[in-house]
Design a protein around this ligand. Structure first.
Ligand code: BDR
Ligand code: CA
Length: 312
């Protein structure tokens, strides 16, 4: 797991682990060269998300560097999602903390350095509030020119949010950061919350995956128990795995069976704060800045998740 494969895709993951983040990070380590995890606050506070990332890396025997980022959204405080992921973000299993430590370099600077070291090849997968990426862009507006692809899990493209009526969590937690990133980046590949709902995974299927005889399956089984129980109690028909969808798109771009390119902007004020406003009919004349994933191959998505847990 810790080897670097020269021909594998170099991926930098900006993340706030988080149960679904964990599975996406496992997928990336199975299929790509993960050059770093930059950590945001979001699902829970930064101390927990950083500790969770370090624990996950240790669990899989990898040496991926972990860089802590900004502990708060850029402008306004926001509520976390501990009610979904557990108070510690990893299902409150009481795991022994990792012996590893985060690097000294702040996340935004690590993003810029790694974009230079892997210029033209780096794929960034952003699965958290976009705080770190916005800071990196403010420090160096040329960042997009060095990055091959930016895949974002975020937004609710027709306004069916999961944190307010119209906002999805990653965008709603730090709308100003999302605004900076969507204004600056020429073309973002977007896996939104509504795609996640359409591509949920049957609870039975997840239960089968976590029975696999592997350290990753055992770890994911433990940390995802609370989230799975909460989802069932809430009456959700399937388990929503948002970040793994974005990771699947990053790892296998041809998994996308239908997409649309449009201009997208972030609402910053009023009841719609944090909503992703998509110009579906291209009325504004503004250049498309988002390639929105509308559909993808469910069987291939599930195969990627299963293989990350050693259940293939
Ligand atoms: C997103 O919010 C977080 O709770 C998940 O980890 C995912 O990144 C889904 O809205
Ligand atoms: Ca996340």
């Amino acid at each position: 797991m810790s080897q670097v494969y020269p021909n594998r895709l170099p991926i930098l993951i900006d993340t706030d682990p988080g149960v679904d983040d964990a599975l996406a990070i496992l997928m990336a380590h199975r299929h790509a060269d993960v050059v770093g995890l930059t950590i945001a606050a979001g699902n829970v506070g930064l101390a927990h998300t950083t500790a969770n990332a370090l624990k996950l890396v240790e669990t899989i025997g990898a040496t991926t560097p972990v860089f802590a980022g900004c502990a708060t959204p850029l402008v306004h405080a926001a509520e976390d999602a501990a009610f979904v992921h557990g108070l510690d973000g990893f299902g409150d299993t009481g795991y022994a903390p990792s012996a590893r430590r985060a690097e000294n370099e702040p996340a935004a600077q690590a993003i810029l350095r790694l974009s230079r070291e892997h210029a033209g090849k780096l794929v960034i997968v952003a699965m958290a509030p976009l705080t770190n990426l916005a800071l990196a862009l403010r420090l160096d507006p040329d960042l997009p020119s060095r990055v091959a692809r930016l895949v974002v899990m975020g937004g609710a493209v027709t306004g069916r949010g999961n944190t307010t009526v119209s906002a999805e969590f990653n965008i709603g937690f730090d709308p100003e950061a999302a605004h900076i990133v969507f204004c600056a980046w020429p073309k973002i590949e977007l896996a939104d919350w509504e795609l996640t709902v359409r591509h949920g995974i049957a609870f039975d299927t997840v239960a089968r995956w976590v029975q696999a005889d592997s350290p990753t399956a055992r770890f994911f089984d433990a940390i995802s128990r609370k989230t799975r129980a909460w989802s069932i109690e809430r009456g959700r028909p399937q388990l929503a795995l948002a970040d793994p969808l974005a990771m699947a798109v990053a790892l296998q771009p041809d998994i996308v069976t239908q997409g649309e390119e449009h201009h997208l902007e972030i609402a910053l004020h009023g009841a719609a704060r944090g909503a992703t406003i998509v110009d579906w009919d291209d009325r504004s004349g503004k250049a498309a800045n988002a390639r929105i994933v509308m559909d993808l191959d469910q069987a291939r998505f599930e195969a990627l998740c299963a293989s990350a847990l050693g259940a293939d």
